[in-house]
Write a protein that binds this ligand. Structure first.
Ligand SMILES: [Zn+2]
Length: 329
């Protein structure tokens, strides 16, 4: 049954229509919660659907695409719970934690069943591996209903990180401006253009013409209140910016980086960073050392560019090709 009338923009809800996603049907002015099925797997995706009493845009909030990013997962859960459909214009769909399998395995970055990074396999495949089918389900069951998407992340369990936002670059100048406006409303000033990272939620959304924002806060497997509040307030303000909620959105002056060079490990061994997130580094500065299990140095690592240290691997254990340091340059 077609329950939506679209007028050239994805997910602008009209006619006070009900909202149906898989077998969950949500009449106008109500909210519902449940799980989406991922066809061909036993995976369930938690979902809260808040179908507003009034017309407006539809915002998708995802978190827990990576299972150990706890403040983002908690912020999304709280946002879904607090929304009152009688005062919502349009709709809000909240999915958190998306990767329940990684969440319960306490598995950083990867979906345990197939070892894939869910945020590198979007838009997914109908007949793919578990992660690919999870992405496919979101893109095909949920994304057709939405007009904006914010995907909440943070540093995963072994990762130190300072808060940042990201938007996928696009040839469509209007789409880029819409995504930037979402970033201004979210309230985190450091913005990374995501031109080279394909397979992400925001790149898949942008490919469909849906403005999208990556927002990262929290780190090291710690559920802390400041980062949870930062992300929750960002979601509220973003909903205000989209006129889904009443009130004035915050407007943050963005610092837009040119790029995000990462230092990756060429060795398996023990990692000893000599910098921390928030440090300013110059190209060529020592950022850390990898040693073997006897304390002998295997390699010294230096900053590839001047910039701000955004993320640092906080685990002693590193493998070949693991990210060690990410720099906003
Ligand atoms: Zn993440």
């Amino acid at each position: 049954m077609v329950t939506h009338i679209y007028h050239g923009v994805f997910g602008v809800k009209n006619m006070k229509s009900s909202l149906q996603i898989q077998d969950i049907s949500v009449p106008s002015g109500t909210k519902a919660q449940g799980f989406l099925n991922v066809v061909g797997t036993s995976v369930k995706l938690p979902i809260v659907i808040v179908n507003g009493a009034n017309d407006g845009q539809t915002l998708l909030v995802t978190a827990g695409i990576h299972g150990g990013e706890y403040p983002s997962i908690e912020a999304a859960i709280r946002f879904g719970r607090e929304l009152d459909p009688t005062v919502v214009n349009g709709a809000v769909i909240v999915m958190s934690p998306v990767s329940l399998n990684a969440f319960h395995a306490r598995q950083a970055f990867l979906v345990p069943e197939d070892g894939k990074n869910l945020n590198r396999v979007f838009p997914g495949k109908a007949l793919g591996t578990v992660a690919e089918r999870m992405a496919y389900t979101i893109m095909n069951a949920v994304a057709p209903h939405i007009s904006a998407w914010v995907d909440l992340h943070g540093g995963d369990i072994p990762e130190a990180l300072i808060p940042l936002v990201g938007c996928a670059t696009s040839d469509d100048a209007q789409l880029w401006e819409q995504s930037l406006a979402m970033a201004e409303a979210f309230g985190i000033p450091y913005l990374m253009p995501l031109n080279s990272i394909m397979g992400t939620t925001v790149s898949a959304a942008t490919a469909l013409g849906i403005p999208a924002l990556l927002a990262e806060a929290g780190q090291l497997g710690i559920l802390d209140e400041p980062n949870t509040e930062l992300l929750l307030n960002g979601c509220r303000s973003l909903a205000q910016h989209l006129a889904i909620l009443a009130g004035e959105a915050q407007s943050t002056t963005l610092h837009i980086f040119n790029g995000w060079p990462w230092v990756r490990s060429a060795h398996s061994g023990c990692w000893y960073p000599t910098i921390k997130v928030g440090d300013i580094v110059k190209a060529g500065d020592l950022v850390g050392v990898v040693k073997d299990y006897f304390g002998d140095v295997l390699g010294e690592y230096t900053a590839p560019a001047d910039g701000l240290v955004l993320l640092v691997c906080a685990a002693l254990s590193v493998n070949v090709n693991d990210p060690l340091v990410g720099i906003g340059s």
